[in-house]
Design a protein around this ligand. Structure first.
Ligand code: ZN
Length: 120
């Protein structure tokens, strides 16, 4: 059994749901913004085209991060449904309530997370 109480899980689940709808909104806005940049490129000069491309790169990298976070959030919500929530996906140890409170979508415990950070 996990150390997480039903109340903890309820609280974390509602934060995950809120974060999910937030990120979905951000993604929608971001996708619209980056397609606007693409359309503008035909109309602007070389320097502003470089600017636009840089802006688009930034927008795309933000989008990628947002998508990755959204995937972790969906995986966490899914794990709540299946009763696997709160366990590290690498070592199967409990992730721990303080870490989950700070980052409800965390898929790894602190030691596995620092291992995978070091590998990058
Ligand atoms: Zn672990």
């Amino acid at each position: 059994m996990s150390e997480l109480s039903d109340d903890d899980i309820k609280q974390l689940a509602s934060r995950l749901c809120a974060a999910q709808s937030d990120l979905e909104k951000q993604l929608k806005l971001g996708e619209e913004a980056s397609s606007v940049v693409t359309l503008d490129q035909s109309k602007v000069g070389r320097v502003s085209r470089m600017d636009a491309m840089q802006q688009q790169q930034m927008a795309l990298s933000t989008l990628t991060k947002t998508r990755q976070r959204l995937m972790r959030i969906k995986a966490a919500l899914n794990a709540i449904n299946t009763g696997d929530y709160g366990y590290c996906r690498r070592c199967d140890e409990e992730i721990g309530l303080p870490r989950l409170m700070a980052q409800p979508e965390a898929p790894l415990c602190i030691s596995c997370q620092s291992l995978s950070d070091n590998q990058q």
